[in-house]
Design a protein around this ligand. Structure first.
Ligand SMILES: Nc1ncnc2c1ncn2[C@@H]1O[C@H](COP(=O)(O)OP(=O)(O)OP(=O)(O)O)[C@@H](O)[C@H]1O
Ligand SMILES: [Mg+2]
Length: 334
């Protein structure tokens, strides 16, 4: 069934403006006529932020112009993976996705022999599928890969074919719609903070083959809109306070808050992922308000606080008490 869908993928021209902003722009972007089993579902709550522009410019490069591969880096939970998925969903691109780790090897990407109905058959991996049928090969956490394994991708990143010795020396030439996107928390030059454990400095020749794109946390107005969509029952002032709180924690994490001494930092940060969790848990724990437990602080511990040291947690509580002391109600519902 899925094989059939992949065989029948048809490339079409779309109007980029119509797809991403609702009004025609005359800029043509290539996409696929219909989604297939590998196309991500559209998330209607997803809000495209400023960083999206850069990825769209990258996608606008026609197959003849052959864009470099894209390396998206930025802090955890800022929306890197979901940005690629959601752009792909709008263009009906199949996404062949894999998450990097220290023991990932080339056959995990290209494919391997496996037992099928009593005999050995070759199973294509995500990279081989993307190169063969067209679509995005999304390699998440590329900086966790052993640099020697990652460097094995150089030929493919140069636009060359994929050679699969395990499948009788098959050679797969890249489909014109093949796209390669890597995401990571570091820029490939290792992690200064020591918090992204397991990341490795990548080979400079590998990194030289990428167009780099940094995705930071969305602007406050975007995160406020996001909370309005996912947690509309929380009053607007409180939602705004939550975004302010998240940004203060981000400043404390990088040592840029007015309230801390030079060189002092905390060990946790507030991702967009955590912010959404905090808001949804606040709604779930709303009944605790009847027992004089403030849902917003209770949810904060479950969303973030328990990951921090005792001192940081106490500091987060104190900050939350100060910022939300005047919040009369945590949700609009009785
Ligand atoms: N702009 C946004 N609109 C809606 N949801 C978002 C947005 N940005 C992030 N999210 C949500 O936050 C969560 C984390 O996003 P995502 O997995 O894309 O982050 P990431 O940057 O890839 O993180 P990591 O570095 O940990 O892999 C997802 O559930 C995603 O839907
Ligand atoms: Mg990710």
């Amino acid at each position: 069934m899925i094989q059939n869908e992949l065989d029948n993928l048809a490339v079409i021209d779309m109007d980029a403006g119509e797809i991403f902003s609702g009004s025609p722009s005359g800029r043509i972007i290539k996409g696929f006529a219909t989604p297939c089993g590998f196309t991500p579902n559209i998330d209607l709550d997803y809000l495209f932020h400023d960083s999206m522009r850069e990825v769209v410019v990258w996608l606008l490069t026609t197959p003849e112009e052959r864009a470099d591969s894209l390396y998206i880096f930025g802090p955890t939970g800022s929306g890197k993976t979901s940005l690629v998925r959601q752009l792909a969903a709008r263009l009906n691109y199949p996404v062949f996705e894999v998450t990097g780790h220290g023991r990932l090897e080339f056959p995990d990407l290209a494919g391997h022999l496996s037992l099928h109905n009593g005999s050995m058959a070759f199973q294509y991996g995500p990279l081989a599928l993307a190169m063969r049928y067209g679509g995005i090969f999304l390699l998440n956490e590329i900086d966790l890969l052993d640099p020697a394994t990652a460097t094995g991708l150089n030929g493919v990143l140069d636009g060359g074919p994929l050679c699969i010795p395990e499948n009788g020396g098959e050679i797969i030439n890249p489909h014109p719609m093949f796209r390669f996107v890597a995401t990571a928390n570091t820029n490939g030059a290792s992690d200064d903070s020591g918090l992204y454990q397991g990341t490795l400095r990548q080979n400079i020749a590998l990194m030289d083959r990428f167009w780099l794109c940094e995705v930071g946390y969305p602007a406050p107005a975007t995160e406020e809109l996001l909370l309005e969509r996912v947690a509309s029952s929380i009053p607007q002032d409180t939602r705004k306070g939550m975004v302010l709180f998240a940004n203060e924690v981000r400043r404390l994490f990088v040592g840029e808050s007015d309230t801390q001494k030079h060189g002092e930092t905390i060990e946790v940060t507030f991702s967009t992922r955590t912010l959404i969790r905090w808001a949804t848990l606040t709604i779930r724990f709303q009944p605790l308000a009847r027992q004089n437990i403030q849902p917003i602080c209770y949810a904060l511990d479950r969303a973030l606080g328990y990951r921090a040291s005792r001192e940081t947690r106490a500091m987060l509580h104190e900050l939350a008490q100060r910022m939300f002391a005047t919040a009369q109600a945590t949700t609009n519902t009785p």
